[in-house]
Design a protein. Structure first.
Length: 328
């Protein structure tokens, strides 16, 4: 550090400020210091800096599975946003969605010295698993934590309402819903919004068809729906289940969208390549990940970070899988 300071013509304290990203350094001075660091091949000792500051520039991420599109894309966005802020992430997948599994992951995470946690799971399991100290920096994604933690979530209800209204506006008299797992917060919100939208429009509310986010469960649901001639519109809780529904309807000779319209949720990159291209609700996973990182860093820096929920807007993407009902 002394060599860098000498070459750049500044004090060692200024070199330290540049190394730690402090804003109290002019841009010209910062450039001189960085140039001297590069010339001397100087690398700040991150371990020593962590011991001195009490910060390790690492965020822990706890989640259940990497098998779902939402989790993978949210994690990707968290990783990119953390890197932009000079932070690394430590990933702790929970093998089983139980309080014991969560407790083990949180315990391991605590041993790996992280500055804050981003939790992608149902917060009820976090509460059941372990009592976090009040000073723990936590942001929860895709769940409901009331005012206990900061939450970042997609506008699940708004997206589901837009999907159902789109189908009703096309002239469909009702809409069947293929839901996600009952224990999922996102699935609950989407199913509730589907039901309320139908009730407010004075339309019949069919029984919910249960799925588990997979294309296979959508396929099974689609086989049953294909045998029901009264079914003209389906809202699937995610795009993978919508894909299975499209396959089942095709195999059973029910044309989409001429006989049955199908809407999904997520807008995965492949949705436009389904046959037919899928009408779906677009989620901004990149913004969810960015806001998660921003929220936990605000807590770490002792900046204002109100508890409660930040909703990221959704938008309906209309493609070729929806049309007016037969005779409509």
């Amino acid at each position: 550090m002394a060599d860098v300071a000498r070459l750049a013509g500044v004090s060692s304290q200024t070199v330290s400020r540049v190394s730690n990203g402090h804003s109290s350094v002019t841009e010209e001075t910062r450039r001189r210091v960085l140039s001297a660091m590069q010339e001397l091949n100087y690398r700040p000792n991150s371990a020593a800096r962590a011991l001195k500051s009490g910060r390790f520039r690492t965020l822990g991420v706890v989640l259940f599975t990497l098998a779902t599109t939402g989790n993978v894309r949210t994690l990707e966005a968290i990783s990119a946003s953390a890197a932009d802020e000079g932070y690394a992430i430590t990933l702790l997948p929970v093998a089983t969605p139980t309080s014991t599994g969560v407790r083990g992951a949180v315990t391991v995470l605590g041993e790996q010295v992280v500055d804050g946690m981003i939790v992608i799971m149902e917060v009820r399991l976090l509460d059941a698993a372990i009592s976090l100290p009040p000073h723990t920096h936590v942001v929860v994604a895709d769940s409901d934590a009331g005012d206990r933690y900061s939450v970042v979530d997609t506008d699940q209800s708004g997206g589901a309402r837009a999907a159902v209204r789109h189908l009703l506006d096309l002239g469909h008299r009702s809409v069947v819903h293929v839901a996600g797992p009952a224990e999922s917060f996102a699935a609950q919100r989407r199913a509730e919004a589907w039901r309320l939208t139908l009730e407010e429009a004075g339309c019949p509310v069919p029984p919910v068809v249960s799925g588990d986010w997979t294309a296979d469960s959508g396929y099974e649901a689609g086989l049953a729906l294909a045998a029901d001639p009264s079914c003209t519109a389906v809202f699937a809780a995610n795009d993978q289940m919508a894909l299975g529904i499209l396959r089942a309807l095709h195999e059973q000779g029910r044309r989409v969208p001429e006989e049955v319209s199908v809407v999904g949720f997520d807008d995965i990159p492949e949705a436009a390549s389904f046959f037919p291209p899928l009408t779906t609700v677009h989620q901004d996973f990149a913004e969810v990940g960015r806001l998660c990182v921003d929220g936990v860093l605000r807590q770490i820096r002792n900046e204002t970070a109100e508890r409660g929920t930040t909703l990221v807007p959704t938008r309906l993407v209309v493609r070729a899988s929806t049309a007016p009902p037969p005779g409509g």
